[in-house]
Design a protein around this ligand. Structure first.
Ligand code: CA
Length: 367
């Protein structure tokens, strides 16, 4: 595409956020500039700076993209609520209000339940397996088909690893104790818990702590020790349950507006891919380093670790499977992804049980 047409199209699409500047330099610097125009993107995150690892993924992406393009491709990061509320990030990208969003796709299962596979499924893949599925197991191609319906494409953007089961004011000994329990838990985990008798509460991040403090809810799940500690749940609810079986390997995503993407020079596309892959690796590494120290501090402050009982784990697994089968029977698109994912999971679980789990069982301490 000739530069003039390119600039014209970009200007028409400026509302979509992709703003080209520095046009005057083309004449001075010659044809090379055609492939390296100044591009500015806006990124809306579903998270705020207090979630330093999640939000930090955006600033890392922005910094690396800039460094890889000699500062010509700039991504301005907006925290949750600055341009759009956290749960409207996907709409904002689809409509072109921003060029790229950072979120967890499972917040948007109301648009398409298959978006859950982009983040995590109860009793599904671990963080490592999720990365394997996305990059080498066909997952990314399948998820891109889903995102294409929204005029978007997705890039894996890191993960939390296995999450914790959350904070409970009282001990949960068995299924019996879940009945009527008021718990903040999102996405499919919430659906499953609801079928297990829990009264599921939908609360945005800012409302969670006050609700627990005032006794409006009895339990809350968030992420893991590093993020949970900062919110101070341990000061109100003493029992910290594990594992967060509804989020065994939650993955974050960068969602990019298709038109903004198509307008990028190839070099910038590569820079974005490289930077998002780096972020992808960095987030889990960061959590894996920060969570142990945070857990140690929480335990020193009186937090009591508890494992979910066997009957809760078994019922959670059974209800999850029933829910997945139900969605697959109802929706062909979901069924296609579910079938491929299920096969990958079965093979991967077998291999991990042989090599990883047997080693962990032998070498890791008892909790
Ligand atoms: Ca969670």
């Amino acid at each position: 595409m000739k530069r003039r047409e390119f600039v014209k199209k970009a200007a028409v699409g400026a509302v979509a956020g992709g703003v080209l500047t520095g046009c005057g330099r083309a004449a001075v610097e010659g044809p090379a500039v055609q492939t390296r125009p100044s591009v500015r993107w806006n990124l809306a995150s579903s998270f705020g700076p207090s979630l330093d690892v999640l939000y930090g993924a955006c600033t890392l992406l922005s910094r690396r993209v800039s460094e890889l393009t000699d500062g010509r491709f700039q991504i301005r990061v907006y925290a949750a609520g600055e341009v759009v509320p956290p749960l409207q990030v996907m709409d904002a990208v689809q409509q072109g209000t921003v060029d790229v969003g950072q979120s967890a796709s499972y917040y948007f299962v109301g648009k398409n339940p298959a978006l859950a596979f982009d983040t995590t499924i109860p009793f599904g893949l671990t963080g490592r397996q999720q990365v394997s599925w996305m990059y080498h197991g066909g997952g990314l191609e399948l998820m891109r088909e889903v995102f294409a319906d929204f005029n978007m494409l997705n890039f894996p953007g890191g993960g939390t690893g296995a999450q914790m089961g959350g904070w409970f004011r009282n001990e949960i000994h068995s299924m019996q104790d879940l009945r009527g329990l008021r718990m903040r838990i999102p996405a499919m985990g919430g659906e499953v818990m609801s079928r297990m008798g829990v009264s599921v509460q939908v609360l945005s991040g800012a409302d969670v702590f006050p609700a627990l403090e005032r006794g409006v809810i009895d339990a809350v799940e968030w992420v893991g020790p590093h993020d949970d500690e900062k919110l101070g749940f341990h000061r109100i609810a003493r029992y910290y349950y594990y594992p967060g079986w509804w989020e065994p390997g939650a993955m974050l995503s960068f969602m990019v507006n298709r038109r903004a993407w198509d307008r990028l020079p190839d070099l910038y596309k590569t820079a974005f891919e490289i930077a998002s892959a780096e972020v992808s690796q960095d987030m889990l590494a960061s959590y894996d380093e920060k969570n142990p120290a945070a857990l140690k501090r929480l335990l020193q402050e009186g937090t009591r670790l508890r494992a979910f009982s066997k009957d809760i784990m078994e019922e959670g697994e059974r209800v999850t499977r029933a829910r997945l089968e139900e969605l697959a029977a109802r929706d062909q698109g979901f069924e296609k992804i579910y079938t491929a994912w299920k096969q990958f999971k079965q093979d991967s679980f077998h291999w991990f049980a042989v090599a990883e789990q047997s080693f962990m069982n032998a070498a890791f301490p008892e909790v």
